[in-house]
Ligand binder design. Structure first.
Ligand SMILES: [Fe+2]
Length: 150
């Protein structure tokens, strides 16, 4: 399985969101690495819970950004978040009950979902936020200078 690496093109432009996305990528990578070295069910369960917690926190933060900005696409976007949370809850529940250990199909689902969501729903949110920022600073000459020290 190829590495799930963060790429610059995934950046939405809001530092807190981009940081949390990288955290989620890392959590899925950790699960993949554990599966590849055939980690035991307890360790897989812990890593799955880490991903679940990072996901819950991130979606809440991202939805707060959308609400604050009055983002018109929030309904659909949050519904997609909800669907993934339900899916992760089901993975955790099945893993805990040991009826279906987290398998390669579940992991592929998680990585695909994450990349597709970041490239589509989150990219659309990022574009909208950038457009809005431009509208709020109509005269570029009066806009504050960019910090180029970073
Ligand atoms: Fe999102």
């Amino acid at each position: 399985m190829a590495d799930l690496q963060w790429k610059k093109k995934y950046a939405v432009g809001v530092a807190s969101i981009d940081d949390e996305h990288q955290e989620m990528f890392a959590a899925v990578r950790a699960l993949e690495a554990a599966m590849n070295r055939k980690a035991d069910a307890a360790e897989m369960g812990e890593l799955l819970k880490t991903l679940a917690a990072a996901t819950v926190r991130h979606f809440a933060d991202e939805e707060a950004v959308m609400r604050e900005a009055k983002y018109p696409g929030i309904g659909l976007h949050a519904a997609n978040h909800q669907r993934l949370l339900e899916k992760i809850d089901a993975f955790v529940a099945r893993h805990v009950q040991n009826t279906a250990a987290l398998n390669v199909h579940a992991l592929n689902f998680l990585r695909d979902w994450l990349v597709i969501h970041v490239e589509n729903d989150d990219a659309r949110l990022g574009e909208w936020l950038k457009d809005r920022a431009r509208e709020q600073a109509p005269d570029p000459k009066k806009a504050p200078a960019l910090d180029r020290s970073a």
